[in-house]
Design a protein around this ligand. Structure first.
Ligand code: HEM
Length: 538
């Protein structure tokens, strides 16, 4: 598939789109008028002032002046690829979504990203990575908007602006560009101790992937699947890379960031161009949809918790293959708009308060980023399923709607056929009971334990992996100006493990405090220690 024939959405092909902007032999204005010179502006004499009446000059410069759109408020730096998802049929018993059916092939577009750096920042920084997948299914678009770390910093979306403000560059000097090594970040994550788990993953080798092709992906939240009979199952989504999980060591990351800041996007594009198509298996951990939505004492609605894989193994349900690079970065990678609310029949959300806030946030930010309400019409965002909505007009409307009655039912434009099939549609509420409750601004007590799982993660690490974690904390915390923040970070580490705390304290030249919570002593799990980098799929 070359750039001329490639169709990211199955709608107008790349060639058709080029017909609009790049057909004919001759250079023209945007209105199609032929030009004979694009190198000289119209002047009053060869050495005279430029004339305002020069339409070509003004059109060319005005358009250039407006070429940039706002970068994403988070995940600004990314790289993407097209591919195909093939269902194994293994999920058919728990999910009616057509794209999970056996051998069903669905086009996809996947965007990988860092979180904090700006669009021009380096790839190999220590950060979380985004792993967002758009499935163009026969039943509409499904977006799985995940990360390469299975837990998140916060438990409630209302803190999202705060954690991002803490992690983004300081407002006065705009330093640092793309790393977590500064006071506000460490201030936040030590005051909001639910961030301890995610931060520990960041300080581990997971914070510096070797390649996008060698990262796991996680949906993080618990989702609710619905089968054809209406029965529900709670799940967590996982992407398992066929190439295994690999990281750079810190020194490598420094060198690659300096010598090739585009290291990850180059790696992805080169591999695909060479025909070495990266692959991931999609898997699910499944849990009974019980009233309390707990599993073995773990609150499934708490996005700072994993469910260890030996308690709930990841069951493969399909294969993702990335096989084509974008033909235009702006049209595809930059304009793609993911949304956790883009769901298809058979997949539903849960009450996870982080997920609930995300449902609002993505479309809201895209209204600004993509200039109004019609970004679903952009080729990369267009569904492959037929669209028959009642949305009309607005900035950048490209559809020419017919009929006079954009409301249903109506007696002027024909019936309302969609109502006949209502029971098979998306957004049909699973009749989950909402417990009678009074309004509160508080979290469940089951969200309170912030240290058991970080300790589990630490104990599952090999000696080398632990050494990397100690070095990372020591390096990053040493960048803080405020001693009080370093001391608070050490108190947090003491609640994970005394040895970890002692080693980092030595590196910081500070005394090691004692733990303030009783350390639970979970057994290191074989499955978790494999998460350190060697996940066998074959
Ligand atoms: C963008 C993941 C939490 C707001 C993204 C992207 C990913 C992602 C992968 C990049 C999408 C792309 O490539 O275009 C996650 C994960 C989260 C999380 C896994 C937690 C588990 C949140 C929360 C909020 C939020 C809680 C807000 C309340 C945003 C916004 C963008 C974004 C505003 C930019 C979207 C755009 O401009 O297109 N997120 N996010 N995220 N996320 Fe999240």
């Amino acid at each position: 598939r070359g750039p001329d024939t490639y169709s990211p959405t199955g709608q107008p092909t790349g060639a058709d789109q080029a017909d609009v902007a790049q057909s004919g032999e001759r250079l023209t204005t945007a209105q199609g008028a032929r030009l004979y010179d694009t190198d000289h502006s119209l002047k009053a004499g060869p050495r005279g002032p430029v004339l305002l009446q020069d339409h070509h000059l003004r059109e060319k410069i005005t358009h250039f002046d407006h070429e940039r759109i706002p970068e994403r408020v988070v995940h600004a730096r990314g790289a993407a690829a097209h591919g195909v998802f093939q269902g194994y049929g293994a999920a058919e018993g728990i999910c009616k979504a057509a794209f999970l059916g056996k051998d069903v092939e669905t086009p996809v577009f996947v965007r990988f990203s860092t979180v904090l750096g700006s669009r021009g920042s380096a790839d190999t920084v220590r950060d979380t990575r985004g792993f967002a997948t758009k499935f163009y299914t026969s039943e509409g678009v499904f977006d799985l908007v995940g990360n390469n770390i299975p837990v998140f910093f916060i438990q409630d979306a209302i803190k999202f602006p705060d954690v991002i403000h803490a992690g983004k560059p300081h407002p006065d000097r705009e330093i640092p560009q793309a790393q977590s090594a500064h006071d506000t970040f460490w201030d936040f994550v030590t005051l909001h101790t639910e961030a301890t788990h995610h931060t520990l993953w960041n300080m581990s080798d997971r914070g510096i992937p070797r390649s996008y092709r060698m990262m796991e992906g996680f949906g993080v939240h618990t989702f609710r699947l619905v089968n054809a009979a209406g029965a529900t199952t709670l799940v967590k989504f996982h992407w398992k890379p066929k190439l295994g999980v690999h990281s750079q060591v810190w020194e490598e990351a420094q060198i690659t960031a300096g010598m090739d800041p585009d290291f990850h996007r180059r790696d992805l594009a080169d591999a695909i161009e060479a025909g070495a198509f990266p692959q991931w298996e999609l898997g699910v951990q499944t849990f009974p949809d019980t009233e309390d939505q707990m599993f073995q004492g773990i609150d499934l609605l708490d996005p700072t918790k994993i469910v260890p894989e030996e308690l709930a193994p990841v069951q493969p349900i399909g294969l993702l293959t990335l096989n084509a690079n974008p033909s235009n970065y702006f049209a595809e990678t930059e304009q793609v708009a993911f949304h956790v609310g883009h769901l298809v029949p058979g997949i539903d959300v849960t009450n996870d308060p982080l997920l609930q806030g995300r449902l609002f946030s993505y479309v809201d930010t895209q209204l600004t980023r993509l200039g109004g309400p019609n970004f679903a019409q952009l080729p990369i965002n267009r569904t492959h399923a037929p669209v028959n909505d009642m949305l009309r007009d607005g900035m950048h409307q490209t559809a020419v709607h017919r009929g006079v009655a954009p409301y249903r039912p109506n007696s002027l434009d024909g019936g309302c056929p969609f109502l006949a099939g209502a029971d098979t549609g998306a957004y049909i509420e699973v009749p989950v009971e909402v417990p009678a409750a009074h309004k509160v601004r508080e979290a469940a007590a089951s969200f309170d334990d912030h240290y058991t799982q970080p300790r589990l993660f630490w104990l599952s690490m090999s000696p080398t992996e632990r050494e990397h974690i100690v070095t990372a904390y020591t390096f990053e915390l040493n960048k803080c100006y405020e001693t009080a923040i370093k001391e608070r970070a050490l108190r947090s580490l003491a609640n994970i493990d005394a040895e970890l705390c002692a080693q980092v304290a030595t590196g910081l030249g500070l005394p090691a405090p004692a733990a303030t919570v009783a350390l639970a002593d979970p057994q290191p799990s074989p499955a978790l220690s494999q998460l350190g980098g060697r996940w066998p799929l074959d």
